[in-house]
Design a protein around this ligand. Structure first.
Ligand SMILES: [Zn+2]
Length: 396
């Protein structure tokens, strides 16, 4: 701790721009920029502490969590825990219909003894607080006041773990239906992707992120670039094989699978024989996830981004499952087909010879959100988790 000197102040705690020790207004002083909110203790931007106090608070929190064998779980709200009916937005004064995802109560209850839980949403604070009144009426999961990071107390743009853990975020786990809202380092080693919960028809969510890639909804935005692209578009079936907008969908097993994954991770980070600090989430998660499709050589066909067949962002999440990407059906163990293409036709011939599995895009999404390799011969396995796939023409 330093002492105030002339026009500077290097004290530890500033509240709403005022130093708690020398009582000076420090908001315009350059050194105030170095102070940060200890997000793991408060959601208020009014409280800012020095780097040295932050690191001792953080060390104390890490010790407490290690002694209680607790992980930090940062959970998205919309399409992950609940979904709002956006058709109601025009008539918002009448209230917004929000549906809880099946299994959410049991999931939160099951995680509260092994995880410190935070909500991180790009929605407004007022909306998030209303939703938490429904999800957590006794404040037993997210605390009181609730630990909600939202549009009003976080910066715009990508979500940022440093908002909650500014010192060391390597032990945090993220649960989100959208990968693209996180920086790539978080996606690769700390993010657990879930399938978006889509109980209302016409939800635009299915057109973005990994699902937009799988359903081909974002394909229309890309004009053909080469002669080969044009030829390919003529050959391909205009209708994609999958559609997440499935009216009357009620079944949803995502939280059962997520609970299994989190228990596995918890065991690996805090082994029963170890009474020390616990391992690192960021180094444990990728190793476990890579086992999912280990040994599989995937050839993707009929997806958007025809030139490379695998767009950059999705590439990472596909590789995170441990599969190797190949260009031709002849080199593959699995051909994942989103439409009828030349490669799809070749894969049908190879499948008849027992040399390859021809699978639906839902097979890939299932693997990504359950960390299990679904049975290739029973696509109905995937339908148990999300009965959303149009099983068109995967068999001759
Ligand atoms: Zn001061």
């Amino acid at each position: 701790m330093a002492v105030a000197d002339g026009d500077s102040c290097a004290h530890d705690v500033v509240f709403a721009g005022m130093c708690c020790q020398c009582h000076r207004n420090v908001s315009s002083l350059a050194e105030n920029m170095a102070r940060q909110r200890p997000g793991f203790l408060t959601t208020s931007l009014d409280l800012q502490v020095s780097a040295s106090l932050l690191s001792s608070l953080d060390a104390a929190e890490q010790l407490r969590r290690a002694s209680q064998k607790k992980l930090v779980l940062i959970i998205d709200l919309d399409h992950t825990l609940v979904t709002a009916d956006v058709r109601d937005i025009r008539n918002a004064s009448a209230g917004l219909r929000v549906r809880k995802r099946p299994g959410v109560d049991g999931f939160l209850q099951g995680m509260k003894d092994t995880c410190d839980m935070y909500v991180y949403t790009q929605a407004t604070g007022a909306y998030a607080q209303r939703v938490l009144q429904i999800l957590d009426p006794r404040s037993s999961f997210f605390g009181d006041p609730p630990r909600i990071f939202h549009r009003g107390n976080t910066p715009q743009g990508l979500k940022d773990l440093a908002q909650i853990l500014p010192n060391d975020a390597s032990h945090a786990l993220v649960v989100d239906d959208r990968e693209e809202v996180w920086p790539s380092a978080v996606r690769e080693s700390q993010l657990l992707k879930v399938v978006p919960y889509l109980p209302f028809p016409g939800d635009a969510r299915q057109s973005v992120d990994f699902e937009g890639f799988l359903t081909g909804s974002n394909r229309a935005r890309e004009p053909p670039r080469t002669e080969e692209d044009t030829k390919r578009q003529k050959i391909e079936e205009p209708v994609a094989f999958c559609d997440l907008d499935w009216p009357g969908r009620t079944r949803d097993d995502q939280f059962e699978h997520l609970g299994d994954i989190l228990r596995k991770l918890h065991e690996a980070v805090f082994p029963a024989t170890d009474d020390g600090q616990g391992g690192s989430v960021a180094s444990t998660l990728p190793v476990l996830r890579r086992k999912t499709l280990q040994g599989c050589r995937l050839c993707l066909t009929g997806f958007c981004g025809a030139a490379s067949e695998v767009p950059k962002g999705s590439n990472k999440s596909l590789l995170g499952l441990g599969a190797v990407m190949v260009r031709t059906p002849d080199d593959a163990t699995h051909v994942v087909a989103a439409r009828r293409t030349e490669k799809w036709a070749r894969a049908q011939a190879l499948q008849r010879e027992g040399r390859v599995f021809l699978v639906h895009p839902g097979w890939l999404l299932y693997a990504a959100v359950t960390w299990q390799r679904p049975c290739e011969l029973k696509p109905s396995d995937c339908q148990v988790l999300f009965p959303i796939w149009l099983l068109l023409s995967l068999t001759p």
